[in-house]
Design a protein around this ligand. Structure first.
Ligand code: AMP
Length: 397
């Protein structure tokens, strides 16, 4: 059975065709600059690459091109798009309505539309992707896999903000959590990789990439996660500030004569390690290079990033009254040997011991704690596409 996985952004569309009999990726690619000049499809299959540059005014045209590439006599991997059993879509926000993946029907599309406010950049693009697939492949089921689903298991004490309750009732203002598909996938893999009780294993997943978030889960069920109403809350990220006193917003507004939206834009796009380092970069490799060259602000930015991750691990260990396994994932988590070591150096009180030789690894499943370590620490590459494909298969089988 073949499942197509789609991740639609406002002007982009990433895809993978996965053969679910063996979970192999048959083809993958990216449509860029949808709706703007210079639209381009890059399709990779069988060690070959096809690049098509032609206008894609909407996601509908992008999907048609993807279909064409998939059945192309030279670059294709299937002979007929009817071989695609289902399409799994990454959808950002389901508000408080859905806490599980679901086969798309009119009601699901209505919910995606009603959540445009909560996910203004992603939900409209996600809906366009679904509608484009309905048009291109009538009768093929589409499945929505929500980024917010994992966080819906949080208890009220974790998801409610300490603000007047009417705002939750009127506007669904609560903590949702994002990167849910990644946290679901990696926490599940961690339970297996560490040989923990699938019902009771206590796991902390550190998804450290350009966007960064951390979750605590017991038996794969989310207890708490660091992102909130939007992905701005929590850890220090590439360009996002993470947690701060809301009065900072008021003060910048007053001092700089900006409105709230402008300051929120600064907190989302110009803060994080980019802002803290005085503008060096949002990319952690650049920040590390600057630190090694003696840039003090880059050093402080990295130290603060690491410190905040360590504080969250402490908080989440308390929330679960213990932790059995800590998993590092995403660009920094999977590749940054020094940051992993620095984070774990805060965790001696938990009995965490890192094996430096084992930690000298990148991008593969690897236990990095010693045999004596009281908590199992590991690197587990995330695979959101595969998680979406598995969910899709589960629902259409
Ligand atoms: P992601 O958002 O998961 O794609 O992660 C992107 C981030 O991972 C970027 O900030 C990269 O600089 C960072 N990254 C990738 N490889 C490394 C590495 N070897 N060392 C440090 N950071 C890395």
């Amino acid at each position: 059975m073949k499942v197509l996985v789609l991740n639609c952004g406002s002007s982009s569309l990433k895809y993978q065709l996965i053969d679910m009999d063996n979970e192999n990726v048959m083809a993958k690619g990216l449509c860029e600059r949808i709706g703007i000049d210079g639209s381009k499809l890059t399709h990779k299959a069988n060690d070959k690459e096809l690049v098509i540059e032609q206008p894609m005014p909407k996601h509908t045209e992008a999907i048609s091109l993807v279909m064409k590439a998939l059945v192309d006599p030279e670059y294709g991997v299937i002979t007929d798009t009817k071989e695609i059993a289902a399409v799994g879509h990454r959808v950002l926000h389901a508000g408080t309505v859905y806490s599980e993946s679901i086969v798309v029907n009119e009601d699901v599309k209505r919910v995606i539309r009603e959540c445009f406010d909560l996910g203004p950049l992603h939900n409209p693009a996600n809906l366009m992707g679904i509608e484009a697939c309905e048009e291109a492949m009538p009768g093929t089921p589409n499945v929505a896999v929500w980024d917010t689903a994992f966080g819906m298991a949080m208890p009220e004490k974790a998801y409610l903000y300490a603000i007047p309750h009417e705002y939750y009732e009127k506007y669904s203002i609560r903590r949702y959590g994002f990167h849910g598909t990644s946290h679901m996938f990696v926490s599940g893999e961690a339970l297996k990789f560490a040989g923990l009780d699938p019902e009771k294993g206590k796991v902390i997943v550190c998804h450290l990439g350009n966007g960064a978030s951390i979750s605590a889960s017991i038996g794969g069920k989310c207890v708490d996660t660091s992102m909130g109403l939007t992905p701005l809350e929590g850890l220090i990220m590439g360009t996002r500030s993470g947690d701060l006193d809301p009065a900072v917003v008021q003060t910048i507004c007053n001092k700089e004569g900006k409105d709230v939206n402008e300051v929120l834009n600064i907190l989302n796009k110009k803060s994080g390690v980019l802002g803290m380092s005085g503008g060096v970069s949002s990319d952690f490799r650049d920040i590390e290079k600057a630190r090694s060259e003696g840039n003090h602000l880059a050093e402080v930015a990295l130290d603060a990033f690491i410190y905040r991750v360590a504080k969250y691990i402490g908080a989440y260990t308390a929330a679960m009254n213990g932790v059995d396994a800590i998993a590092f994932t995403a660009g920094v988590g999977e590749n940054d040997i020094k940051s992993r070591k620095a984070i774990c150096s805060y965790l001696g009180y938990l009995g965490v011991e890192i094996d430096d030789e084992a930690n000298n690894c990148r991008g593969k499943n690897q236990m990095i704690s010693t045999a004596d370590s009281k908590v199992k620490v590991m690197v587990l590459p995330t695979n959101e596409e595969l998680a979406i494909a598995r969910e899709t298969l589960r629902l259409v089988k």
